[in-house]
Design a protein around this ligand. Sequence first.
Ligand code: NAP
Length: 259
Amino acid sequence: MIRVSVAGATGKLGSMVCSLVQAQDGMRLVGAIVSSGGGHVGKEIAPGVIAVGPEGLKSVLGETDVFVDVTNAAVAPGNLAIAAQMGVNCVVGTTGISDEALKDFSEMVRHHNLSVVISPNFSVGVNVFGKACEVLAKSLDGYEVEIIEVHHDKKKDAPSGTAMKAADIISKVTNVDKYVYGRQGAVGARGKEIGIHAIRAGDVVGEHTVIFAGNRERIELTHRAHSREAFAEGCITAIRWVHVRKDGRVHTMAEVLGI
Ligand SMILES: NC(=O)c1ccc[n+]([C@@H]2O[C@H](COP(=O)([O-])OP(=O)(O)OC[C@H]3O[C@@H](n4cnc5c(N)ncnc54)[C@H](OP(=O)(O)O)[C@@H]3O)[C@@H](O)[C@H]2O)c1
């Protein structure tokens, strides 16, 4: 039985992950951590699981095999440091965490010999999309790359973690390492750069388009998530995968999916 606890349990993604964990054979939700100010502390999140505030994290982790963090970039590093110190494997979906915080966490994972999956996007489709970006970038030498992402109006960070991941994949292949975020005013001719643009509107679950443009043609590669379940199901796959490991490493979703 894999005992799972979820921080961000009442959020859009976290609540779905909690429901799916409860529905799995061989998996049990043992903890739900919520913000102190959201009005959910003390409420029953799932049968027999009472939500605790951030101060309850340590006691929940004491009986957890895999900790899932789907909160926000300000909160996650603190949660992950506690999980690492307590020797608990983690699955991290929270996006926008700083490079410095991720580096510190990776060091803790190595030091405590844990296994962790960190992914800005748990969906199978987006991870294949990342691979496709790599193939197209390799094949389309000198083509100009623009990335456009669309998300719902409540999303806290921009650009999305998935857009940044796509940029990093393409940058590695093309050696173009200048990122330009949106454009305004007298920007002049386009340079050797990757353009990244964030749109926030309505209830869009998540869309990413990468444009590879040459002088006479272009390819546009688009992924559209229809439902958050695509992310939540991937999170369950990551929980099962990481549960059996202790290798001191941070893994990607592409490794989990064997892509
Ligand atoms: N990896 C993926 O596939 C994937 C997919 C979608 C989203 N995401 C990322 O996952 C994160 C959550 O997304 P979302 O759409 O679910 O956002 P959301 O609906 O805002 O959920 C975040 C939750 O975290 C809670 N929270 C805040 N501080 C907390 C704390 N100290 N302890 C525990 N919970 C706390 C919030 O509670 P309050 O509302 O009370 O503050 C909220 O319920 C974001 O970083 C998002 O970009 C990842």
